[in-house]
Design a protein around this ligand. Structure first.
Ligand code: SF4
Ligand code: SF4
Length: 194
């Protein structure tokens, strides 16, 4: 059975809501004048004039992706598809290619013919970076995507991803790669096994 609840009694002033409206408008005006005329240097207001002024991001901030280079300028990526498999947003598209027969890497590893990340679909989880066995993809650029009204501008292809340096200005990674032909190279091939 329904229970009858009596409406609370309100004064005339409460029923017309005028005191609350005047109070709200007064608060907004106070904040407006304070934000407009206060000195930011005094720490009175928290807003900054972005993009001229930027806040310092934490060291672990995930910026837009980049593909790291080898010392010869080619991508470190071996098109293993680990990153695209790990990506929960399914926003990485890779088409692997085989090296030419006379290349020492032929038959041993592949390279990305096509590598595209849809930065609009990306949720910046960083799983792709964690999944990569080659340190070939990083999110250490410290950059936001430039704003655009065209969706296509957010499709970052291989050339774009390789043209972005890390926040330290480097296109490579600090992790050494043992290339075929190097003295440090362990000499493994698909034929000779691991
Ligand atoms: S950061 Fe996450 S969502 Fe974005 S490409 Fe990498 S795995 Fe996918
Ligand atoms: S970026 Fe790394 S995980 Fe992704 S395909 Fe290239 S080597 Fe594999």
């Amino acid at each position: 059975m329904a229970k009858l609840v009596n409406k609370p009694k309100m004064t005339f002033g409460e029923q017309v809501y005028m005191p609350a409206i005047v109070g709200g408008v007064g608060l907004s005006l106070r904040k407006f004048f304070k934000n407009t005329f206060s000195k930011r240097e005094n720490g009175d207001i928290a807003t900054i004039s972005y993009p001229e002024e930027k806040r310092l991001y934490p060291e672990r901030f995930r910026g837009v992706h980049r593909l790291t280079h080898r010392t010869d300028g080619s991508p470190r990526c071996v098109a293993c598809l680990c990153c695209s498999t790990a990506c929960p947003a399914q926003c990485i598209h890779i088409e692997p290619g085989e090296y030419a027969a006379d290349d020492p890497r032929a038959g041993y590893e592949r390279f990305p013919k096509v590598f595209v990340i849809d930065e609009l679909r990306c949720i910046f989880c960083g799983y792709c970076v964690e999944a990569c066995p080659c340190d070939a993809i990083r999110m250490d650029t410290g950059l936001h995507m430039p704003p655009s009204t065209n969706r296509d501008h957010f499709l970052y292809d291989k050339e774009t991803l390789m043209s972005i340096p890390g926040a330290d200005g480097s296109y490579q990674s600090g992790n050494t790669r043992h290339e075929p032909g190097d003295e440090s190279y362990p000499g493994l091939t698909r034929e000779h096994g691991h």
